[in-house]
Write a protein that binds this ligand. Structure first.
Ligand code: SF4
Length: 402
């Protein structure tokens, strides 16, 4: 039925840069995204797959192309809250396709098609769409109708991404004001265990998943929709350490789902038994020993971070489902949480950020009095210059006022 094989055995496969026929999204493109909407049934043309712009076969070998994947789903029992949950399944299902690799989420997606799969006949996005239609309908029976549109026309991609970003923000804003103390249940996700077998995401009202795609509401909606699926409920249990945010229920589920590899999570620390990182993080918080503080670098930052490493190098050290003291995969919006790295000193311990991340969280940094205290790639190039910068601006972590 399809030109290549499809199944969970292909999850975890990667496609290296020498091997791809075509690449969609990724750090070379400012605009790329995937977006699922729950849509009235009469507006969804069931199983229709449309391509706006050029298709795989129209590009030269080795092309790198922007993309927007728009999926409309309908069904009597569907709720708006479920959209992010369906959206995260794009990652899972595309990775089921032999020789097709998908990474990250929302407006950060990155996909590659292996030359071997192209040679086998996988030369159209229409086939990817048909696989997605089949998997969504087979695995999520509450979806009654589904329509998929792939856009590769750069101008149209940009327009759609700008719209989708408004919705991502609305989803994130819903959590404002809800605290961990107020709820009995957190949620977890083990969807990325195909890439990082001991990784477990714990999602609380004040800690969005490191991919940024699953917040507490999404975890709750996903668990309600599919209790046997990759998202699960986490009974908080007792607060064993109020400074380190260690909960008995979190520890128990982490131990169970990581098959004993990890058994204690400090929920808001990058230094002591931190949360594990798979590979889907939007950004990485990394310890800079020379200044005893943290830098944060995100996926789309192509230069060298202040410690002289590129994102890919830092990501290699941070990922894999291990607890790496001094390294924490995180969503950028986690910086908006009142509990952001609370155990370690929070925003007051951040000393370096790429300029574009600083722009994204400008309001929060301003509120914390940190906007002009944190260096970017435009201010400093290395740790020596960083030390000089921090002293010059009177960074609170250096002056001891944090
Ligand atoms: S990063 Fe975490 S929340 Fe996101 S899909 Fe992977 S396991 Fe799930």
């Amino acid at each position: 039925m399809f030109s290549v094989d499809v199944g969970p055995q292909y999850e975890g496969e990667t496609v290296r840069k020498e091997d791809f026929q075509i690449e969609f999204g990724g750090p070379k493109h400012k605009f790329k995204a995937e977006w699922v909407t729950v849509t009235p049934a009469d507006e969804v043309e069931d199983e229709k797959v449309e391509i706006i712009g050029k298709d795989i076969k129209d590009f030269e070998e080795g092309a790198s192309v922007p993309i927007f994947i728009k999926i409309a789903v309908a069904g009597e029992q569907l709720e708006k809250d479920m959209e992010p949950v369906f959206e995260r399944r794009v990652h899972m299902y595309i990775n089921y396709i032999e020789g097709f690799w998908h990474m990250a989420q929302r407006d950060e997606i990155w996909m590659r098609l292996h030359k071997d799969s192209f040679k086998k006949g996988l030369n159209s996005l229409e086939e990817i769409g048909k696989v997605l239609v089949m998997l969504y309908k087979n695995e999520l029976s509450i979806i009654e109708k589904i329509q998929i549109t792939f856009i590769t026309d750069p101008e149209k991609v940009e327009k759609e991404v700008l719209e989708a970003r408004k919705v991502y923000k609305e989803r994130d804003d819903r959590l404002k004001g809800i605290t961990e103390e107020e709820v009995d249940e957190f949620y977890g996700c083990s969807l990325c265990q195909s890439f990082a077998p001991t990784h477990v995401c714990v999602v609380t009202p004040e800690r969005v998943s490191l991919c940024g795609a699953i917040n507490w509401f999404d975890g709750r909606a996903a668990y309600k929709m599919d209790p046997e699926g990759p998202q699960f409920a986490v009974q908080k249990g007792d607060l064993l350490d109020a400074e380190k945010f260690i909960y008995s229920g979190v520890n128990a589920i982490v131990a169970e789902k990581s098959l004993g590899a990890n058994s204690v999570f400090c929920l808001h620390s990058a230094l002591e038994t931190p949360h594990t990182s798979c590979g889907c993080f939007q950004a990485i918080c990394f310890y800079i020993p020379e200044v005893d503080a943290f830098g944060i670098v995100h996926r789309d930052f192509l230069g060298e971070a202040v410690n002289g490493q590129k994102f890919s190098g830092i990501a290699g050290e941070a990922s894999g489902g291990r607890q790496n003291e001094g390294m924490l995969g995180m969503a950028i919006s986690y910086m908006r949480s009142k509990k952001f790295l609370k155990t370690d000193g929070g925003l007051k311990r951040i000393v370096w950020l790429p300029k574009s991340v600083k722009e994204q969280v400008k309001d929060v940094l301003e509120e914390a009095g940190m906007l002009d205290k944190i260096a970017t790639e435009e201010d400093v190039k290395n740790v020596d210059e960083l030390t000089e910068f921090l002293n010059r601006v009177g960074h609170p972590w250096v002056t001891g006022q944090a």
